[in-house]
Structure formats: C-alpha cells, structure tokens
Ligand binder design. Structure first.
Ligand code: NAD
Length: 497
C-alpha cells in the first residue's frame, strides 16, 4: 500500500504517529493509499524547523523570493499533467476541471512573482519640519494553512505562494482525503530553489489541527472548509492570539430574470451546479426563477441533467465524476431523500445510477428539485453534491430578500438583460462575490476571494492585496535627522510643526 508521508525541512518524513487515514480512488471505490496522521509532537517539531528557516528567508530581498516563484511557476507548467492526474485520482473530478483548478492556483503563483511591487510601502516627506514618515510591511513568521478536500491544489495555492513570497515560512495541513498533490507541490518548490523548511506539509486530522491552533510560534492561520469547523478555527486561533481568516461553507443562488438570455442561464447553471459534482464552494446550488420563467427553466435544465455524462474523471467523455468518499455519497443521497420527504418536486433523480465497470465507484447522477421552499432543509443547508434546487420568486425584490436572509453569503449570480436590475443587485446583495451574467464569479488572483456572513470568519479574504495584508504586518516609521543642536525634551503630546 502506498504510504503518504509528511514533507518537512525539505524531505519526506514519517514522524512519530502510528495513526493512519485511508485515501481512496473514488472512481473505483478502492483504497489507493494510506496517509500518516500526524500528532502534536510532529507538528511542534515542524514549527521549530519552520521558525529557524524564517530567520534567513524573511531577510532575503523580495526580488530573490519572487525569483523562486518564477521558477516554481515553470515547474508547475512542466508537471501539470502529473499534478492533474493526482487530483483526479484522489478527488474524482473530471480531468479538464482538475486542470482548470490547477491553473487557477498557478495564477496566484504568477501574482506572487510580482511581490516586490505589492510590498512597497508609503512615504511622506516632511510630515513635520524635517520629519519624514514611511510605512513598510513585514512578514509575520511561521504561518499555517488548513485546507479542504475539494480543491487539493488550488486552495493551498490561494495561500502559500503569497505567504512565502512575503517572507513567511509555511506549514500546510491539507485534507486527509486527497493529500498527494501537496507533497508534489512541496517537491517542486524545493526544485525551484526554495530553502528547506520554508514550506512544509504535515498530514493529519483534528489532532494536528488542534496542535496548530495551540502552538504559540504559529502567528497566523488560514483555513478553508465547512462552516462549523471554520468557526471553531476562528474562535480558537483568536483565543491563542493568532491572526486568522477562516472561509466556510456556502449556498449560492443564481437568479434567473424573465428577460434574460435563457440559453446562457441554462448553460451557466449546468456548469455551476453540476461541475465538479457540486463539490465546489462556489457551486450554484439554488436557481431562483423570477416571474413566469420557472416552467421553461425547469424543462430546459431537466433535459440536460438527464443526459449528463457521468463517469470516471480520467475518461475524456465524462462531464461529471464521482463524489469524494462513500460517506459523502451517502450524505448527498440522504439530502435527496430528505427533499422528497419535505415535499419538493424531484424532477430528475440521479440516486440509482450504475456505471458498468465502476459499480463500486462513489457515483451519483445529477438531481433536480423544483418548488423548493425557503424553510426546507435542502434549501437552508449546504449539500455539496450535484443537486440543484429551483425556488420560485414572484419578483426581483422577493429574490434578493431571499438571498439576503440566507445564513451564507459566498457567491451569487444574476442573469438579466436589464442594466438597472444588474446594478441594483450588485449594490444591494449581501454576498461577497457577485456575478452578472457570469455563472461562477470567482475573482482572479489579483483580486481577492472571500464570502460574507457565515461563509467567512475574520477580516481578510484570500489572495490578491488582501492576502498580502493578511500575511504581513504594518510598521510605520517617523524619523528626524537633526542637524546641529539636538531638540529639547517635549512634555506635551507632540504635534507636527
Ligand atoms: P472540512 O471542514 O470537513 O475539512 C476542512 C479541513 O478541516 C480539513 O483539512 C480537515 O482535516 C479539517 N477538519 C475536519 N474536521 C475537523 C475538526 N473537527 N477539527 C479540526 N479540523 C478539522 O471540509 P471539507 O469537507 O474538506 O470541504 C468541504 C467544505 O469546504 C464545504 O463546506 C465547502 O463549502 C468548503 N469550502 C469553502 C471554500 C470557500 O472559499 N469558502 C472553498 C472550498 C471549500
């Protein structure tokens, strides 16, 4: 059985824990590897190594750190096939989707290549007579990232390229369900010339996460995962005096206005609801049909969902792969059962799909509910599977009220030809990432990614300038170089003369 180790101080290590987790190939439903689940002692030793590496890495000129990122970018491109296959083999999503997610991560590396530019501070000459003031941003120290299963390359890459380029050292705790990609990325960073100990991967589960939260030398924690764990991370990291950004779950709506380009909306919804089998925090799992467009929308989508090609991720013909684990498959099926019990109309039922040759794979076909109501659990809770709920709303105002009252606020979209509706929507909607005639409004690397409400705990979104701010602290210097006689002591609050 393949054993997935930790990557610490520039080498693979097994550590001292004898706990192991199972990593599956979801397409065939068989265990593929065993992953070591680290303990507190493994984590603490890693922090000591990362802390030592910080001493020399943090004082390297930003330009030299950026050069490592340039080399890393090249290596990701060269190894993109292997990285993509690793994602498909442990996560299950289809090849092109996995490759796309790697590219979205690569874009953050490209942003980090320009770090000298974004690290520049501000300078004011003569804030008082012969007194100058300037600010600079300095790295924090050892920082940690805890990431979910659904984007094993992209989500870690939202974090570490910027953290490292800013001069921090990094400990990644990837999802124990698909950890191999992180190890490969660590090896590529070493090849790119990153000094040992600057980037480390410690595999594990709650035990090592708690050790991260408790370790006094970890200065900041970035987390992406479900809302209950995000809240736990936020509270406990803050309690232990760490800076924290904790991105949680989602329930994203796509508003279909009666005047919209219906083909565009249907195609957008198909990708946004069923892409990556709905295992995306930006999946649009609720379509809000406004006015009289509901019947046509449901009829068009149902035809497409019925013919959705479900299959293994490595098959180029597959449009949708399996779910990540058997437990997750059971959970998603459970939600479909629940929706039926709650009285929603199950228009397409994907629960009983069987694929020849892949009978044990964790597959479910696309499911479509109509007439979902706002008090149903299938509307309120994140399902994280290929299940789209259509909710009917009489007016634009009713649709926006529905969204604004939802506990999550990650992403949202509207399809309309009415500029006033689009503009009002962008202004009034209580959601962090908004699309207008765009199905999945994921911000590019040079903007920042983050939701509102219970989709993000903390003050900073990920990557872009928000990422740079998160991974650096501000220092402001006020200086005077007196010539001749030294100034007299001042016993009152000084004002700049
Ligand atoms: P998860 O919360 O189960 O796990 C995320 C991380 O937390 C993993 O590394 C896991 O090992 C760790 N973890 C799990 N249980 C823990 C516990 N009890 N104590 C401490 N740590 C624990 O999430 P997941 O199932 O891996 O990922 C899916 C979730 O992530 C969905 O809710 C999805 O919406 C969310 N997500 C959000 C975003 C975003 O940007 N907001 C992006 C991707 C995924």
């Amino acid at each position: 059985m393949n054993l997935i180790q930790h990557y610490v101080g520039g080498e693979l290590i097994t550590g001292s824990s004898n706990r192991r987790g199972k990593v599956f190939n979801p397409a065939i439903g068989e265990q593929k590897s065993e992953v070591i689940l680290a303990n507190k002692s493994d984590l603490d030793k890693t922090v000591t190594i990362a802390k030592k590496a910080f001493e020399s890495w943090s004082i390297k000129p930003a330009l030299q750190r950026a050069r490592v990122m340039f080399k890393f970018k090249e290596l990701i491109e060269k190894n993109s096939e292997e990285l993509t296959e690793l994602i498909v083999s442990e996560h299950g999503k289809v090849y092109e989707d996995a490759k796309g997610s790697l590219i979205r991560g690569l874009e953050v590396v490209e942003f980090a290549c320009g770090i000298p530019q974004v690290l520049k501070g501000e300078f004011s000459e003569n804030v008082g007579t012969n007194v100058d003031s300037w600010s600079m941003r300095q790295p924090l120290g050892v920082v940690a990232g805890i990431t979910p299963f659904n984007f094993p390359a992209m989500v870690p890459m939202w974090m570490f390229p910027i953290a490292i380029a800013c001069g921090n050292t990094f400990i990644l705790k990837p999802s124990e369900k698909d950890p191999s990609c992180s190890i490969k990325l660590a090896e590529l960073l070493k090849q790119a010339g990153l000094p040992d100990g600057v980037f480390n991967v410690v595999n594990g589960d709650k035990e090592v996460v708690d050790a991260i939260l408790e370790n006094k030398d970890i200065r900041a924690v970035s987390f992406v995962g479900s809302t209950s764990i995000a809240k736990y991370i936020y509270e406990n990291a803050a309690k232990n005096e760490k800076r924290v950004q904790a991105l949680g779950g989602a329930k994203n709506h796509l508003v279909v206005m009666p005047d919209c380009d219906i083909d565009g909306a249907v195609n957008g919804l198909m990708g946004a609801a069923y892409g990556s089998a709905g295992e995306r925090c930006m999946a649009q799992s609720v379509a809000v049909a406004v006015g009289d467009i509901g019947d046509e929308l449901v009829s068009r989508i149902s035809k497409k969902v019925e013919t959705l090609k479900v299959g293994p991720g490595m098959d180029k013909n597959s449009e949708m792969g399996p779910l990540v684990t058997k437990e997750h498959l059971e959970k998603v099926k459970g939600y479909v059962d629940l929706g039926v019990k709650e009285g929603a109309n199950l228009v397409v039922d994907g629960r009983n799909i069987k694929l020849q040759g892949y009978e044990n794979g964790f597959f479910i076909g696309g499911c479509l509910f109509d007439n979902v109501k706002k008090d149903m659990r299938i509307y309120k809770e994140e399902i994280f599977g290929p299940v789209l709920s259509v909710v009917r709303a009489k007016t634009f105002e009713e649709a926006t009220k529905l969204i604004n009252e939802h506990e999550y606020g990650n992403g949202v979209s509207i399809y309309t030809r009415d500029g006033d509706a689009g503009r009002t929507f962008a202004s009034k909607i209580q959601v962090g990432m908004v699309g207008i005639n765009v199905p999945i409004p994921v911000p590019m690397a040079f903007h920042s990614f983050g939701g509102w409400k219970r989709s993000l705990f903390g003050d900073s979104a990920m990557h872009g300038v928000e990422g740079v701010r998160f991974y650096t602290k501000l220092k402001t210097i006020t200086s005077r170089w007196p010539s001749g006689i030294r100034s007299n002591p001042e016993f009152v609050m000084p004002t700049m003369k």
